[in-house]
Design a binder for this molecule. Structure first.
Ligand SMILES: Nc1ncnc2c1ncn2[C@@H]1O[C@H](COP(=O)(O)OP(=O)(O)OP(=O)(O)O)[C@@H](O)[C@H]1O
Length: 220
């Protein structure tokens, strides 16, 4: 797995609050190849969101390392992590993927600008593929739940990321919209992106090439 586009080695993450210490990750390793779709499952509190945040460089592991496309993203200043993330990683959450004061189109443009790019053709292609061609001028508050999920995906894919990390991206969606979003994630993997989705949903596990399970911060 030395050539895996996403590599995590022995990740540890501790949270301290007063005398309380939570061991959210206890030595999690993971390698995902380009084109693979991996589901991360496990009970509530098992460390799924913490793992995804560390993989995305949104959080710093206390131990271990994350490499994306051969570049270490962990243990770097926050600004460097943000810059690497903008170029290499698409991040999709259940909500909060879109800035409320910007239109859908402007949200995608912003994601490209943050990566030092401008690619209107890619933006329009994404809006088209995701069935949002008429919704480009809409603001997030004007979108249905399913439209907002697809617009969030458009932002995450704006820069053709090597790795797409999604944390419960279908949590609030009805089954039909969930299937549509999963189909889009699948297609993205078929185009060569390494896709990692943390979810409680059995539909996500069914759509994935393989599933890893966390329990108390460890892989089972
Ligand atoms: N900022 C934080 N401060 C303290 N403890 C935290 C923090 N974030 C997460 N934890 C703890 O770390 C552990 C792992 O949490 P995490 O959110 O990664 O689990 P999860 O598997 O994503 O859960 P869920 O399925 O409920 O979203 C839990 O015990 C949680 O309470």
């Amino acid at each position: 797995m030395a050539d895996a586009v996403l590599q995590a080695y022995e990740l540890y993450r501790f949270y301290r609050a007063g005398d309380e210490e939570t061991l959210a990750l206890r030595g999690v390793s993971l390698a995902v190849e380009a084109g693979e779709f991996v589901a991360v499952t496990g009970p509530s509190g098992s460390g799924k969101s913490t793992l995804l945040a560390c993989l995305a460089g949104l959080d710093e592991p206390d131990g271990g390392a994350v490499r994306i496309a051969g570049t270490r993203i962990s243990h770097r200043p926050q600004a460097e992590r943000a810059s690497l993330r903008a170029r290499l990683v698409g991040v999709l959450f259940q909500s909060g993927n879109l800035l409320e004061h910007l239109t859908v189109r402007a949200n995608i443009d912003l994601a490209q600008r943050l990566a030092g790019r401008r690619d209107a053709a890619r933006r329009d292609q994404l809006l088209d593929e995701l069935g949002l061609i008429g919704r480009g001028p809409a603001r997030p508050t004007q979108l249905s739940g399913g439209e907002a999920a697809r617009a969030g995906l458009a932002v995450a894919l704006a820069n053709r990321p090597a790795v797409l990390l999604a944390d419960e991206p279908t949590g609030e969606l009805d089954r039909r919209t969930e299937d549509r979003v999963l189909g889009l994630l699948r297609r993205q993997a078929e185009h060569g992106t390494a896709v990692v989705v943390a979810s409680h949903s059995s539909a996500v596990a069914a759509a994935a090439d393989r599933t890893i399970t966390l329990q108390d911060g460890r892989r089972t």
